[in-house]
Design a protein around this ligand. Structure first.
Ligand SMILES: [Ca+2]
Ligand SMILES: [Ca+2]
Ligand SMILES: [Zn+2]
Length: 445
């Protein structure tokens, strides 16, 4: 948040060797350089150059007064000047480019003008100002408005526990003693987990950038929480883990500014749907798919998971290939002890009872195998529906229903075997193909 700071130069020594303004206001965010002598009424300051506040002002020494922004740049800077000639304040950015100038327009001490002429420059990114000439002028009530202290992401704002999350904060006038302290707080699904980084000290680099990275999974409390509380099975999508990150800027050990991610114009640091799904694989301690392997839901049959996204290694193309191999397949039907050749009709339905299942859903339906091919998008459970065919019996057409276990399941098993490893199952238990207990064909690849 922007805040206005005014320095009135009261209370400074005025007649000793210390009567020079230099680093006294660094912790407030302004570093005076090239020396500025403190003058005080009536001892050292002429009444022709009256203070704007109190009894003290500063005066340029051998060179122009230069004042550097410390910690944060300024959006507005100014002060009140009385001189015996024109005085100019020039504002620069950190690259030394001129951002603006403000001048008094000529001598303004008592008797020739109006003392305490306000100089001000407002511009984004002011890193320092210079007030010239260095001769007979005094300055009082120097003020500046700091720009917001901001955090930015280097990486994206979604993640899983093993990703390093990297944040930046820009510090101005960086030098020894200018540090940024970072703290992380778990939110949403991570709200009850402690042990995240607290007041981790970073020092700005030569560009003034303080860099902080943390990897959630290095917090063993989080790993324990995920592996304990998020592997019990669920028929609903997991809520996201989110983090609030706070950065505290200190100057010479004093707190100067503080900001949080929630103050920034960034999306919250929170898991999107793809990463909530990927997080489950970490939680179950099985290989985590890449983001590029997560695709939009293929629909209710193919996606028996809890999310609008899923894994699919050819679930739809394999299903279509199995269907094509099943339909039209020659089969034999037994009528009154006599065998007749016929085929699976071209419209014979095959239902997908289960395709992709995310690990939590897989656990919720009772699977003991988190790394089942269903959680990898590499398995389908298929169920044939009853169909009728017309068979010529003694020259007369006869409508017969193809027997489920005797004809349809073996045909579907054979068709599925063309696309992967097929198993006839009763629930999760393998049974022989054609066994009356089978209730689906599981096929995986
Ligand atoms: Ca200084
Ligand atoms: Ca003053
Ligand atoms: Zn299966």
């Amino acid at each position: 948040m922007a805040s206005l700071t005014t320095i009135d130069f009261e209370g400074l020594a005025y007649n000793t060797a210390d009567a020079v303004v230099d680093d006294q206001f660094r912790a407030l965010g302004a570093d005076f350089n090239r020396t500025a002598e403190v003058l005080r009424l009536p001892e050292t300051l002429s009444p022709l150059y009256p203070p704007r506040s109190g009894s003290q002002v500063i005066q340029g020494g051998a060179a122009a007064i230069q004042i550097d922004a410390v910690g944060l740049t300024w959006s507005r800077v100014g002060g009140y000047v009385t001189g015996n000639e024109n005085v100019t304040m020039t504002a620069y950015n950190s690259d030394g480019a001129v951002l603006g100038r403000s001048t008094t327009g000529g001598a303004n001490y008592v008797g020739v003008g109006t003392p305490n002429h306000q100089l001000e420059v407002a511009a984004p990114g002011i890193a320092w100002v210079q007030i010239m000439p260095s001769g007979a002028f005094v300055l009082d009530d120097f003020y500046f408005e700091t720009e917001p202290f901001e955090i930015s992401y280097l990486s994206t704002n979604t993640f899983i526990a093993t990703d390093e999350i990297i944040l930046h904060a820009k510090v101005e006038g960086a030098r020894a003693g200018t540090q940024v302290l970072w703290s992380v707080q778990g939110m949403d699904a991570a709200a009850n987990v402690g042990g995240f980084p607290t007041n981790v000290v970073t020092t700005a680099d030569a560009d003034g950038v303080a860099r902080f990275g943390f990897t959630p999974a290095t917090n063993q409390s989080l790993v324990n929480d995920r592996r304990t509380n998020w592997t019990r099975g669920s028929r609903r999508a997991n809520p996201p883990m989110s983090f609030e990150v706070t950065a505290k800027l200190t100057i010479d050990g004093s707190d100067f500014a503080e900001t949080s991610l929630s103050d920034a114009n960034l999306g919250a640091l929170t898991q999107d749907e793809t990463d909530r799904l990927r997080q489950e694989y970490f939680d179950y301690n099985i290989p985590v798919p890449r983001r590029s392997e997560v695709v939009a839901s293929l629909g209710p049959g193919f996606n028996r998971g809890n999310y609008g996204v899923q894994l699919s290694v050819g679930l739809d193309t394999r299903y279509r290939a199995i269907l094509a191999a099943y339909r039209g397949r020659p089969v034999t039907v037994n009528i009154n002890g006599q065998s007749y050749r016929t085929a699976i009709p071209a419209s014979a339905p095959v239902t997908i009872s289960s395709g992709y299942r995310n690990p939590q859903r897989n656990r919720a339906i009772g699977s003991r195998y988190p790394d089942s091919k269903h959680t990898r998008g590499r398995a389908l459970d298929l169920v044939p529906s009853l169909v009728q065919v017309v068979v010529l019996v003694n020259g007369s057409p006869m409508r017969v229903t193809l027997p489920l276990h005797q004809v349809l399941y073996p045909a579907l098993y054979a068709a599925a075997s063309s696309q992967g490893t097929a198993i006839a199952e009763q629930g999760a238990r393998p049974v022989p193909v054609g066994d009356p207990r089978e209730n689906h064909i599981h096929v995986q690849w």
